[in-house]
Design a protein around this ligand. Structure first.
Ligand code: HEM
Length: 416
């Protein structure tokens, strides 16, 4: 008998029905429903996506570190063995583009590839990028201030964040718009339910992005520049540690992850600050530093709301619920980050909290490799914004995208 048949949960069917990730009201403000689920119980079987929802901080924190669960199962089992459908051939290019992504791998491949890039992302290496960040932020903000009113997402956060990850990897910023378009199409696949038209668009984007990256690799073979893509190409040329397919997937995941969540944190967090002028004032007066505020921006309105794991071994239990091999769990980060068992008065936006124990960057072997980059990048962008526009105000009430997993604003119109 499947483990879920034994589920004794206090999350009622009525409550679960309110967890509708396609409902526009839920997408605009998921926290009332997430809070109700979390307070009703730690785990529940969710039939529409055939996953276990995990709601509380302690259980999400532990699950992220539990090596009996993994981001994929294909290194251990066939789809048939777990009673899962084979990958749909219509989306083959999409699957290919993440075949060697760190986010699809488990050890030993994960360890090998992560160790090849990890050194570029340590706090020490990232500090060297501070002057680039300061220069790009200042230049973008000057243009925004000259306009008087601007979209903080498209005019400030996106060009800034893409420029920084491109500088680290050695990718031309002239390609910014294409990179943004591909990445926006691709992330639709990470929602719980994705219509076929969006799957097709994501697959097309993945195909184009792979071709682009192969071209980039060819450029680096001809003219090495010592930056990250070039260094990976060099490792490939030196021996048997890396293949070109692996470089393609690695570069794509770094480029996409390198701006999506960072931009959404800047958008969600600045919206929070402008909705709470007392908190904005704490930055303007210098009472709270931008580096401290970053953690609360991620905790309070998480840019990534859901991450999954597959149960790979017998004996896994979450909050007393036995899980079977082949079960999938969905960890609700936005819920865990507002768990009153972990954070006092969790719905309050308090930028001085300085509590980095939120699960926003994950944990365990897949802990965000870009966390030091994201932290410094947001600190510099926010610091520049506060110093240059101390009277910043909302020019229109912003709306979030029609999405849940990737939680970010369509635009954030502000005036200086
Ligand atoms: C505020 C911004 C960011 C947030 C909230 C964030 C969050 C996360 C989370 C939650 C994970 C773990 C996923 C899981 O365990 O299933 C992750 C992994 C990852 N992140 Fe980030 N991220 C951010 C910025 C960045 C940046 C700037 C980069 C730059 C390259 C990056 C690159 C990655 C990569 C490559 C992984 C996969 C690591 C692995 O599987 O070993 N992220 N991120």
């Amino acid at each position: 008998m499947r483990a879920r048949d034994h589920a004794a949960v206090s999350i009622t069917p009525d409550l679960l029905a309110r967890f509708d990730t396609t409902d526009p009201a839920f997408q605009q403000d998921p926290y009332p429903v997430l809070g109700a689920l979390r307070e009703a119980g730690p785990i529940a079987w969710y039939e529409p996506s055939r996953q276990w929802l995990v709601t509380r901080h302690a259980d999400v924190h532990a699950a992220l570190r539990d090596r009996r669960m993994g981001r994929s199962f294909t290194h251990r089992y066939t789809a048939a063995e777990l009673g899962r459908p084979e990958p749909d051939p219509r989306w083959a290019d999409f699957h290919d583009h993440e075949r060697w992504s760190l986010l699809s791998l488990e050890p030993p491949d994960h360890t090998r590839i992560r160790s090849l890039i990890a050194r570029a992302f340590t706090p020490g290496s990232i500090t060297a990028l501070r002057p680039v960040m300061e220069a790009v932020a200042a230049e973008r903000l000057a243009a925004c201030r000259a306009a008087g009113s601007f979209d903080l997402i498209a005019d400030y956060a996106q060009p800034y964040s893409v420029a920084v990850i491109c500088a680290l990897l050695g990718v031309p910023t002239a390609d910014t718009q294409r990179l943004l378009d591909w990445s926006h199409a691709i992330v639709r696949m990470y929602e719980l339910f994705t219509p076929d038209a969006q799957r097709a668009a994501a697959t097309r984007a993945a195909r184009e992005f792979m071709a682009y990256t192969r071209g980039l690799i060819a450029d680096k073979r001809r003219a090495p520049d010592g930056l990250l893509v070039s260094r990976l190409v060099q490792v490939e040329e030196e021996g048997a540690r890396l293949t070109e397919d692996e470089i393609v997937c690695t570069v794509i995941v770094l480029l996409n992850a390198g701006h999506e969540a960072t931009v959404n944190t800047m958008g969600n967090g600045t919206r929070g600050l402008l909705h709470h002028p007392d908190q904005w004032a704490r930055l303007v007066t210098g009472e709270v530093r931008a580096s401290t505020a970053v953690e609360e921006m991620i905790r309070w309105d998480a840019p990534l709301q859901i991450f999954e794991r597959w149960v790979l071994d017998e004996g896994v239990e979450i909050a007393g619920q036995a899980l079977a091999v082949g079960d999938e769990i969905a960890m609700l980060f936005g819920s865990a980050n507002r768990d009153p068992r972990r954070f006092a008065d969790p719905d309050r936006f308090d930028i001085g909290r300085g509590d980095a124990t939120h699960v926003g960057f994950g944990g365990g072997i897949h802990f965000c490799v870009g966390a030091p980059l994201a932290r410094l990048e947001i600190e510099v962008a926010l610091g520049t914004l506060v110093a240059g526009c101390p009277d910043l105000a909302l020019a229109a009430e912003p709306r979030f995208h029609d999405a849940f997993a990737i939680h970010g604003l369509r635009e954030l119109r502000v005036r200086t």
